[in-house]
Ligand binder design. Structure first.
Ligand SMILES: Nc1nc2c(c(=O)[nH]1)N[C@H]1C(S)=C(S)[C@@H](COP(=O)(O)O)O[C@H]1N2
Ligand SMILES: [Mo]
Length: 387
């Protein structure tokens, strides 16, 4: 497997490299091993010489900076933080089932993963450049006047542009936003952005710019193709092919979502108790408050047990055991459904139909998995086998 990923990755494309793990691989431990972590790329992966690499900080700053890796390590405090990254296209297959979305990667439920990231706070680097973080300015004021844009060297073939994007200054100054050089305690690999990437927890993965080499403070959001034209929520009747810059609205904070990881859609399970597992992720630093699971298509629900809480920037794994009897002991089909609430009491939308959009972003409808229940073992079956 290319780029040091596990053999059973679901590879959507080699060039650019786009891959997600099989859903079951995300169940259990909230921290995703690096070889299992999804990867989303728009162009060729640059292999950057860390020694000659430099980071430029410019724009509306008092003191423009040029920093190498040892400057970053020596001048700023190191921070480590667990955070989930989620691609805005995750679970696009659920929207494609509503209506086809040509030309976009058919991501399933696993274009989302969690790592502990180590690096320095973007806020500290911006402070060194003289960007004020006046506590008397509230976030709204900071966001209204300034944005922090990131630029990387990889050029995507379609738009023929380097990858970039911005976040409002209020977000950029959050203590959770890192310039990271390590992932799960290991140096970043090329595919995940070595030598340095931005990590913007709680926002769409596209803002966590890999291989970052320039950070610019400016009055307007980034005009980079990947922000002005892509990663936008378009009205359902907009033409997907010729998107004008600025059409629709820019995606930013993630929306509350969840997925079923096990059993997978289409699996066969033996009659009796079945363990259902998944993840739930609340965007923007909110927490996951509750997850319900139904084994009868949503007629009745049980509350799942939430896994370890790794803080507001991380997903929560969940699990529950439900008894399936496969239609009174005979083999049958049933539908598992999950639904999550966040700490603002928002509930995921039930139906993906109303969420459909031409680029297929942000499907956060209730996840469903249809499973076959094998007939219960009959008393007197000497083999004791499940049909
Ligand atoms: N330079 C650069 N940064 C990038 C991208 C890219 O193509 N180029 N893809 C973005 C998108 S859309 C996502 S979802 C995340 C994926 O990060 P990963 O490959 O480490 O999982 O990186 C983001 N950062
Ligand atoms: Mo993404």
């Amino acid at each position: 497997m290319m780029w040091d990923k596990r053999e059973d990755m679901v590879v959507h494309g080699q060039e650019p490299f786009n891959a997600e793990p099989p859903p079951q691989a995300l169940a259990g431990d909230p921290i995703t091993p690096v070889d299992t972590f999804y990867s989303r790329n728009h162009g060729p992966i640059p292999e950057i010489d860390a020694g000659s690499w430099r980071l430029t900080v410019d724009g509306l700053v008092d003191t423009p900076l040029t920093l190498d890796l040892s400057d970053l390590r020596s001048r700023f405090a190191e921070h480590t933080l667990p955070a989930t990254l989620q691609c805005a296209g995750t679970r696009r297959t659920g929207l494609i089932a509503v209506r086809d979305i040509p030309g976009e990667t058919p991501w399933r439920e696993a274009a989302v993963s969690t790592a502990t990231w180590t690096g320095v706070r973007l806020a500290d680097v911006l402070a060194a450049a003289g960007v004020s973080n006046d506590p008397d300015d509230d976030a709204a004021v900071k966001n209204a006047v300034r944005h922090v844009a990131f630029l990387a060297p990889d050029v995507a073939p379609g738009p023929g542009q380097q990858f970039g994007g911005s976040v409002p200054l209020g977000k950029a100054l959050g203590p959770e936003v890192l310039l990271a050089w390590a992932m799960n305690g290991e140096p970043l690999t090329a595919v995940h952005g070595a030598p340095l990437r931005v990590v913007v927890p709680g926002w769409i993965g596209a803002r966590s710019v890999k291989w970052v080499e320039r950070i610019t403070v400016q009055t307007e959001p980034s005009e980079n193709w990947f922000q002005a034209n892509a990663y936008r929520m378009l009205p359902a009747d907009a033409g997907p092919s010729a998107v004008e810059a600025g059409e629709g609205f820019s995606l930013g904070e993630l929306a509350l979502t969840s997925a079923i990881l096990e059993p997978v859609d289409g699996a066969t399970v033996p009659a009796g108790p079945v363990t259902v597992t998944g993840y739930a992720l609340a965007g923007g630093g909110r927490g996951v408050a509750r997850v319900d699971v139904s084994a009868d298509g949503g007629a009745t629900w049980t509350q799942a047990d939430l896994g370890e809480d790794r803080g507001p920037w991380c997903w929560r794994q969940w699990t529950t055991t439900t008894t399936v009897d496969g239609d009174g002991g005979r083999a049958g089909t049933l539908e598992l459904v999950a639904r999550a609430w966040d700490t603002s009491a928002a509930l995921q939308p039930e139906d993906p139909a109303g969420l459909w959009n031409p680029k297929g972003y942000m499907n956060n409808a209730w996840p469903r998995a249809r499973v076959q229940v094998a007939a219960a073992v009959q008393a007197g079956d000497a083999q004791g086998r499940i049909a």
